[in-house]
Design a protein around this ligand. Structure first.
Ligand SMILES: C[S@@+](CC[C@H](N)C(=O)[O-])C[C@H]1O[C@@H](n2cnc3c(N)ncnc32)[C@H](O)[C@@H]1O
Length: 256
């Protein structure tokens, strides 16, 4: 059977704020006949698409799982094999913990052309949004972007390795693993290391906290910080505007 193959654009939608979309992403969206989009994609981003384009939500719904990956792959490929222009729209950058390369590989096995449009990753933009640079001369020579939660659901072993270095750690999908991360830093005597956690970065409902490993769990609980969030650890986290306010009172109490 011969197919009239369409094309798939794997597009990064940026960290949340719809104005952080690239020009290339808007061009792909304008051409799209079908859009498969994830949970962390801002709804306004879809306004770039034709109103007749088919828009299918494939992300997690409250209390429900996301569409399984093989079903997303099948949908994307089915539409492309019908000759459609398909945009697979993902939060941040498609290749940063986004399964983008798995989707590209799958589509290529059908001989479907795939173009990847990079997006601004939350790993850099979300810390930046609260004033934290991931590197700064004299403070941090590198940054390590780590998923806290691996394929099997366990904590990534890379966190313990990175914790011993002087790198900035940018941890995604890590809020539920915070107690284990705290234990790692206490275990190596680095409990005074600055840490910030930012939820819903770049969006109107953004909230964040900053402190160290002695008070971060309390701050998270008091402020009701949940997913999606970025955890940033290292000297640069001191640039969070609340860092001094949230660390100093604790030091004063310790002296008194
Ligand atoms: C599956 S990963 C996808 C990352 C995405 N590809 C990127 O480059 O930003 C999802 C995780 O990214 C982080 N994340 C994405 N957008 C975020 C935002 N606006 N604020 C805070 N964290 C965010 C959270 O850790 C979330 O659990």
């Amino acid at each position: 059977m011969s197919y009239n193959k369409g094309i798939i654009y794997l597009v990064g939608a940026g960290p949340g704020d719809p104005e952080l979309l690239t020009l290339k992403a808007t061009k792909a969206l304008k051409k799209a006949e079908v859009i498969l989009y994830d949970a962390l994609v801002h709804p306004d981003v879809l306004d770039w698409a034709d109103q007749d384009a088919v828009k299918i939500y494939v992300g997690k719904r409250k209390g429900h799982h996301a569409l399984p990956q093989d079903e997303i792959n099948a949908l994307m490929v089915d539409y492309a094999l019908q000759g459609k222009v398909v945009v697979r729209l993902k939060g941040g950058d498609p290749y940063v913990f986004g399964r983008g390369h798995e989707e590209l590989t799958y589509a290529k096995t059908f001989g479907i052309p795939v173009e990847v449009v990079p997006g601004i990753s939350s790993a850099i933009a979300v810390p930046q949004g609260v004033g934290i640079p991931v590197t700064r001369r004299g403070e941090s020579e590198s940054f390590w972007v780590i998923t806290a939660t691996t394929k099997t659901g366990s904590l990534s072993k890379d966190i313990a390795i990175a914790a011993r270095s002087s790198a900035t750690l940018v941890i995604l999908m890590g809020v539920s693993k915070l107690p284990q991360i705290v234990d790692i830093f206490h275990g190596i005597g680095k409990q005074d290391t600055p840490i910030a956690i930012i939820q819903n970065g770049s969006l109107e409902n953004e909230q964040s906290v900053a402190g160290n490993f002695n008070n971060i769990e309390q701050l998270v609980e008091e402020n009701g910080i949940g997913n999606p969030a970025i955890i940033i650890i290292g000297e640069v986290a001191k640039h969070h505007p609340n860092y001094i306010a949230q660390v100093l009172p604790q030091e004063i109490l310790a002296v008194a």
